[in-house]
Design a protein around this ligand. Structure first.
Ligand SMILES: NC(=O)c1ccc[n+]([C@@H]2O[C@H](COP(=O)([O-])OP(=O)(O)OC[C@H]3O[C@@H](n4cnc5c(N)ncnc54)[C@H](OP(=O)(O)O)[C@@H]3O)[C@@H](O)[C@H]2O)c1
Length: 258
């Protein structure tokens, strides 16, 4: 098993990509700390992992609260005795541009994606050093590598994660800690439905029609699945990627290649 004996914290694992990733990590032997604000969905993920013979523990945490992030990371050691993998995956979307941006929308987007990543790593670092090294992963987006027509603040925050990945990969190499960033394209999750509805409404078409048009921009002609992103995450945090650090990996069906 790829992650036998490892302990992972996954933010935003109550649904979507994080949920699929946490289940994949547990199947490969990791003990996983599931996290998000929704206790019911978090509990369901833990139950599912346990039914499959894996180990999981839920911690309710809002990544906008730095105290919650610190508590979350420490819970890994309390529950499972160590910390090897920290994946900051929690995210939100919301349409904005230079006309509609507000100080509140800006602060929220930066807090959930970037500030939580920075201070999550700061909290996790001493524990990962104690474990002799490990892997850090961020969920970025193709919107952090190519400007998004949908959201100015989302693109800004996700591009910040790419630079954070590079900076930390260099700084933490001496600690045997690898740092990488997944950059998904269109993945069929709750977040994607939200985006399709917003885009469709703006154009006066149905979400189905919008998604049909959107898929034409993807060389593989379809959205990415949660499982495909989870598989990429599993690879990046496992020893199969032992010489890969500082990378922003698109998982996008070829979207960025066009
Ligand atoms: N879907 C896509 O097409 C796509 C494309 C590129 C990148 N991404 C990125 O992939 C990541 C996962 O998104 P998804 O598509 O899987 O969407 P999702 O199903 O909506 O999942 C979002 C997750 O983030 C958590 N979250 C949101 N705000 C939070 C907060 N303040 N504190 C703690 N947890 C919070 C949610 O948990 P609770 O509701 O329990 O708090 C949920 O578990 C995000 O970073 C997103 O930007 C998605």
């Amino acid at each position: 098993m790829l992650l036998q004996g490892k302990v992972a914290v996954v933010t935003g694992s109550t649904s979507g990509i994080g949920r699929a990733g946490a289940i994949a990590f547990a199947k490969e032997g990791a003990s996983v700390v599931i996290s998000g604000r929704n206790k019911q969905r978090g509990g369901e993920v833990v139950e599912l992992i346990k039914q499959q013979g894996g180990k999981a523990h839920f911690v309710a945490a809002d990544v906008m609260e730095l105290g919650d992030i610190e508590r979350l990371v420490k819970a890994a050691v309390d529950a499972f005795g160590r910390l090897d993998i920290f994946w900051h995956n929690a995210g939100i979307v919301g349409p904005d541009d230079i006309e509609t941006i507000s100080p509140e929308s800006y602060d929220k987007m930066m807090a959930v994606h970037l500030k939580a990543a920075v201070f999550g790593v700061k909290s996790a670092l001493p524990l990962m050093r104690e474990a002799g090294g490990g892997a850090i992963l961020f969920t970025g987006s193709v919107a952090g590598l190519k400007q998004s027509g949908f959201s100015l603040t989302y693109s800004l925050a996700k591009s910040g994660l790419v630079m954070l990945t590079r900076k930390l990969a260099v700084d933490l190499a001496k600690d045997n800690i690898r740092v990488n960033c997944l950059c998904p394209g269109r993945v069929q999750t709750g977040m994607r439905s939200e985006i399709s509805e917003e885009r469709a409404q703006a154009l006066g078409i149905t979400p189905e029609e919008w998604e049909k048009r959107d898929k034409k921009r993807i060389p593989l002609g379809r959205f990415v699945t949660e499982q495909e992103v989870a598989d990429a995450a599993l690879f990046l945090v496992s020893d199969k990627a032992s010489s890969i650090t500082g990378v922003a990996l698109p998982v996008d069906g070829g979207f960025l290649a066009v």
